[in-house]
Design a protein around this ligand. Structure first.
Ligand SMILES: NC(=O)C1=CN([C@@H]2O[C@H](COP(=O)(O)OP(=O)(O)OC[C@H]3O[C@@H](n4cnc5c(N)ncnc54)[C@H](O)[C@@H]3O)[C@@H](O)[C@H]2O)C=CC1
Ligand SMILES: O=C(O)C(=O)[C@H](O)COP(=O)(O)O
Length: 339
């Protein structure tokens, strides 16, 4: 019989993640890795009792109160490992107050998200949703849908971190006219990729604006009525970061009134009401604003899948389990975020 030294519980393992948990477990025969398909919340936290380490990934908040973090602490757990880059599901303050170190997987594949951003950009630039609609209607007239080329476009990147800088690299390599960047912390390593400037300059001058900040209280509805009002009416807007960064009603209004020319949306506020679920055969979805966007032919939509590549999923799962093991073995993971 194997004498397991450490016990890890991974919450909310999705079907497509399972093979990598199994692979990791096989590579670590002295660790017992159990997993479930439920989210970590007040009513499921008791399952953590008896484990040394917890790994999780979910889009809804762990809890609104600090009880869950206290319970984990009381079970003798000292860490939480997120399998995602974004850490907005976790209240870092409560975690810290209850002696839990939190780790994320910051670089599982910035390229995956950057390539999806490019996909959104190209679809919008070349009017692909509009052409698809015409083709479905047997309308092969091309009038009104002439495109610009990348070399004539100014790209504006808000949040020049791991993903934003990768997006900059791609547009630079494709010969964009200018790549503007805005970040609350400018990074000297990225000065050859972006011309750092203000958000106002980006709203006013960029032909393509793409969001790559993290979600925080300060960044809630960072883009709303005022910001859309400052953009060019030819501007294309992309959000592959987090839904609540953008005020969805303001986005719909900006598209309906022609304040901007199109939008690429991978993430949207309240997306947990519909994403990762199927409503096939039903005539309504519980997020009516998404239906509005779906019915606009200058909008390109994907269901929060910018990260969803084989390389990324493998890294998210295996790296988070590595981090869990390090933390429960008395070592410091390089991915600690709440210290
Ligand atoms: N759609 C998807 O599948 C995925 C989305 N994401 C989202 O993308 C976000 C960014 O990821 P990374 O680039 O890896 O993070 P990062 O932390 O490397 O970069 C974020 C950058 O945004 C900047 N920033 C934050 N608030 C700002 C503000 N108000 N104005 C200007 N700059 C601001 C930060 O200083 C930082 O440089 C994640 O936090 C996550 O929410 C990440 C992975 C997949
Ligand atoms: O890593 C992130 O951040 C993402 O957005 C990926 O989609 C995966 O994480 P969740 O958003 O599903 O937590």
């Amino acid at each position: 019989m194997v004498d397991f030294l450490k016990k890890i519980l991974a919450y909310n393992i999705l079907d497509y993640e399972r093979e990598f948990v199994v692979e990791w477990a096989a590579e670590h025969p002295d660790v017992q890795v159990d997993f479930n398909s439920i989210e970590l919340h007040d009513d499921t936290v008791h399952l953590a009792e008896g484990y040394d380490g917890i790994d999780y990934r979910q889009r809804s908040q762990l809890t609104d109160g600090s009880d869950l973090y206290k319970k984990l602490h009381d079970y003798g757990i000292h860490q939480l490992a997120l399998r995602s880059a974004g850490v907005d599901s976790c209240n870092l303050k409560y975690a810290k107050e209850n002696g839990l170190t939190v780790t994320n997987v910051p670089s599982y594949s910035p390229r995956a998200v950057a390539e999806m951003t490019l996909t959104h950009a190209m679809n919008l630039i070349r009017h692909i949703p509009q052409f698809q609609k015409r083709i479905r209607q047997n309308d092969y007239v091309v009038n009104g849908l002439r495109s610009k080329e990348i070399s004539n476009l100014t790209v504006g990147i808000i949040g020049v971190g791991r993903i934003g800088s990768t997006v900059a690299k791609i547009f630079k390599a494709l010969g964009a006219k200018r790549v503007l960047g805005n970040d609350i912390k400018e990074n000297d390593d990225f000065r050859d990729l972006v011309d750092y400037t203000t958000k106002e300059d980006i709203y006013k001058n960029a032909d393509l604006i793409t969001m790559h900040t993290y979600m925080s209280d300060q960044n809630y509805h960072m883009i709303g009525k005022d910001q859309f009002g400052k953009m060019k009416n030819t501007a294309l807007f992309i959000n592959c970061s987090r839904g609540p960064i953008v005020d969805t009603d303001a986005l719909v209004n900006a598209l309906e009134t022609g304040q901007i020319a199109g939008a690429g949306i991978d993430v949207i506020q309240d997306e947990t009401k519909i994403f990762n679920q199927s409503f096939v055969g039903e005539d309504k979805i519980p997020l009516p604003v998404y239906t509005k966007l779906m019915n606009m032919d200058n909008v390109f939509l994907t269901p929060h899948v910018a990260f969803y590549t084989d390389h990324a999923v493998k890294n998210m799962v295996k790296q988070s389990l590595d981090d869990t093991l390090m933390e429960i073995s008395g070592k410091e993971s390089p991915h600690r975020i709440n210290v």
